[in-house]
Design a protein around this ligand. Structure first.
Ligand SMILES: Nc1ncnc2c1ncn2[C@@H]1O[C@H](COP(=O)(O)OP(=O)(O)OP(=O)(O)O)[C@@H](O)[C@H]1O
Ligand SMILES: [Mg+2]
Length: 312
């Protein structure tokens, strides 16, 4: 039987003991996330460690797309052997998707638990991604769970699910719950104030140049040299600055796409593959497939000009 185990956060993540103890499991489960060999923890992971170490408040991570919110939770939980039960929010998401529903198995009715119930029963993380896409009244229906109270499943004969002491609730989103002011994250809804009041919040951001270099170097596995990778990261950061409405590389243009770490990794992998299959201008064409093709006409002109400035 799996048992709860204390881990020193410093030993686990920084190579030397810190005295900050985190609860995890002695063994991994089929729901424990796999290790990402190219992963590097961002600076803001310390906030998640602090959350793990103190109290039982639910956690709400917010920040731009592809900055690593979901993967950071999963990599921390991998280290702690924690099972993670994951679900992605959407405007029509309702309780049965989280809690469970009846299904027919071998001709008879059977109640199948959803990810929230499994996490509550087994002492896992319920990871609800894109929580700000939820209808605010559905989200507010989670309030008593967030407060640590049991769940009653009326559809399963009124089953009472008492939260396991290791149960934790983590939400991720692109907004801070107060709606999306950029207008670019379609479907984001302003959440109920009492609901948001229950969370500890952490703001997540893209990594520094040096951190991203470390990551893309692992993905490139020597096929692109550091000089090329540094230029690609410089380009990504310039796109992020233009997106945020700042000047970049002596340019002042408004664009509606940004450069996530996810896109950067895709660009690196495609640049190598396009070169190997003999495409002309592999870096440029890989950038089109990774990012530029989904931009508006005006933004594409700005992205092309930026490419000329950085890559000549
Ligand atoms: N710190 C990191 N180290 C290595 N790879 C990373 C890191 N952060 C992000 N990535 C890469 O970027 C991808 C996207 O990250 P992730 O899905 O965690 O972003 P997100 O912030 O949850 O995005 P979204 O808001 O779109 O859901 C990951 O699958 C991973 O490949
Ligand atoms: Mg995510």
């Amino acid at each position: 039987m799996n048992t709860v185990q204390d881990f020193d956060a410093g030993t686990l993540f920084a190579g030397s003991a810190s005295g900050i103890m985190l609860k995890g499991w002695a063994e991994s489960s089929p729901f424990t996330p796999q290790k990402d060999p190219c992963y590097r923890f961002p600076a803001w992971m310390a906030d998640i460690v602090a959350w793990m170490a103190c109290g039982h408040d639910p956690l709400y991570l917010f920040g731009p797309t592809g900055c690593g919110k979901t993967s950071c939770v999963k990599q921390i939980m991998h280290a702690l052997n924690y099972p993670v039960y994951e679900l992605t929010g959407h405007s029509r998401l309702e309780f049965p998707e989280m809690v469970g529903h009846h299904t027919v198995q071998n001709g008879s009715m059977h109640y199948e638990y959803g990810p929230l119930t499994l996490a509550m029963k087994q002492g896992g993380i319920f990871l609800l991604n894109e929580i700000d896409l939820l209808d605010p009244s559905t989200a507010a229906g989670l309030n008593s769970i967030l407060d640590g109270y049991p769940l009653t499943i009326a559809e399963n004969g009124g089953e009472l699910v008492t939260p396991h002491p290791m149960f934790r609730f983590v939400a991720t989103a692109n907004s801070n719950g107060g709606s999306d002011h950029t207008g670019l994250y379609q479907g984001v809804l302003r959440q109920n104030m009492a609901f948001m009041d229950r969370f500890m919040l952490v703001e997540c951001s893209y990594m520094s140049e040096e951190e991203e270099l470390d990551i893309v170097r692992k993905h490139a596995a020597g096929t692109l040299d550091d000089a090329a990778l540094v230029q690609m990261i410089r380009y990504a950061n310039a796109v992020r600055r233009l997106f945020m409405g700042h000047d970049a590389e002596d340019m002042d243009a408004a664009i509606e796409v940004t450069f996530s770490t996810r896109t950067l990794i895709r660009w690196v992998l495609l640049a190598d593959m396009f070169r190997r299959v003999g495409k002309k201008e592999p870096l440029r064409q890989a950038l089109d497939s990774a990012l530029t093709f989904r931009a508006s006409h005006a933004s594409r002109m700005a992205l092309d000009e930026l490419f000329q400035r950085i890559f000549g």
